[in-house]
Design a protein around this ligand. Structure first.
Ligand code: 9MR
Length: 361
């Protein structure tokens, strides 16, 4: 209450209402709660851990190990982590039957030590594939065997410790046609079904996702993904969720977000906002400045995303994962930007309050 009165005092002083303040509540009546907090007031007591769904972020082991402030934000705010790169095939597979586990092992142990969920990203993708696989020449059956061996090895190693997996990532083009990936070319579209079956064999309890971007802007892609998921499920294939990456910008409408999340929920599966960030400089201006106005627009996007997720049944809300922790470590580096809820000094931005303000509504 004291803090609220103090902040209220500050805001009035800054808008030149000092005289009023001396006579008007709530300054003189500290026990009386104002009906509504002024719009800009940060909600300091609510954290991401209070969310009605799990909030997490993509993490990098070296930053967790060497950057104290980064580690503090992750520990204080996050309930779930997704290894940003450590579980990709290019990071893990060093040759046929040869693996590098150190980074992934570290993150899985870290999550267990801090009671966090680990979401595994990603088993089968068209990029970040090691050279020995891109050079591999085998029959269709040999490609299936290669994929099976890889998925069994990775999912099996973390059985019971990695709760969920992006089994197939980005299998569609924006027009809804299949992306001609190395897996598609060598196995055919059946590679998707097989990948889910292999993951399920290796960890029958794991929650298995199809993950992609663009459902919020391409109706054709949305349709293709929902059709795939519904068809696979109708055939008894273990697909349990849809991950919507949501690398959006602050101009994306709330109705686009809601429609895509609702479409995924209508498939009857878990819905994960799996790689969220909100670009503020999609025009890629070199002289970009993060103004208060931009901060408010970005806040509205974070708020709209949370509201969209909260509008589907609670037992389908898998959570929101940000693609990074603070602005300086974002993957968006081709132009200056500020896409995450924490700034480059690990301070909370208005985006933070955009999310927390939706909790408990
Ligand atoms: O943020 C990731 C970056 O560090 C990697 O170099 C890149 C290639 O592996 O992948 C980035 O993450 C991508 C994610 O794995 C899939 N969706 C798009 C993400 C941003 O490119």
């Amino acid at each position: 209450m004291q803090t609220i009165a103090f902040l209220f005092l500050l805001s009035c002083v800054s808008c030149g209402a000092k005289d009023d303040l001396i006579e008007e509540p709530p300054y003189e009546e500290p026990n009386e709660q104002p009906d509504e907090l002024p719009e800009e007031q940060p909600q300091t007591t609510t954290t991401f851990k209070d969310a009605p769904y799990l909030i997490g972020c993509a993490v990098v082991p070296s930053l967790l190990q060497n950057n104290r402030m980064y580690a503090e934000v992750v520990q204080e705010e996050m309930s779930s982590i997704t290894p940003e790169n450590a579980l990709k095939m290019g990071a893990l597979s060093k040759g046929h039957g040869s693996y590098f586990w150190d980074d992934a092992d570290y993150l899985v142990e870290y999550a267990a030590d801090h009671q966090m969920r680990v979401h595994g990203h990603t088993l089968i993708w068209h990029t970040d594939i090691p050279g020995w696989v891109t050079r591999y020449s085998g029959t269709r059956e040999e490609w299936i065997a290669l994929m099976q061996e890889y998925i069994h090895e990775v999912v099996g190693r973390y059985q019971g410790r990695i709760a969920s997996w992006d089994v197939v990532n980005e299998a569609f083009n924006d027009d809804g046609t299949y992306r001609k990936t190395i897996w598609y070319e060598n196995i055919g579209e059946e590679y998707i079904r097989l990948a889910f079956e292999f993951a399920h064999e290796a960890d029958p309890a794991a929650i298995l996702f199809y993950n992609d971007y663009g459902m919020e802007y391409s109706a054709a892609k949305r349709e293709a993904i929902c059709t795939l998921v519904k068809d696979l499920r109708a055939e008894g294939v273990p697909v349990h969720g849809i991950g919507l990456q949501m690398h959006i910008d602050m101009y994306r409408s709330a109705s686009d977000l809601k429609a895509s999340i609702q479409a995924a929920a209508d498939c009857g599966v878990w819905v994960h906002v799996s790689e969220m960030d909100v670009a503020c400089n999609p025009e890629k201006k070199t002289d970009f400045t993060f103004t208060d106005k931009i901060a408010q627009q970005q806040k509205a996007s974070y708020q709209a995303m949370s509201e969209a997720l909260l509008s589907i049944p609670a037992d389908q809300c898998f959570g929101i994962t940000f693609w990074g922790v603070c602005d300086v470590h974002s993957w968006l580096t081709s132009a200056p930007d500020a896409p995450l809820p924490f700034d480059s000094n690990f301070e909370k931005k208005p985006a933070y309050d955009g999310l927390t303000g939706t909790f408990g509504k």
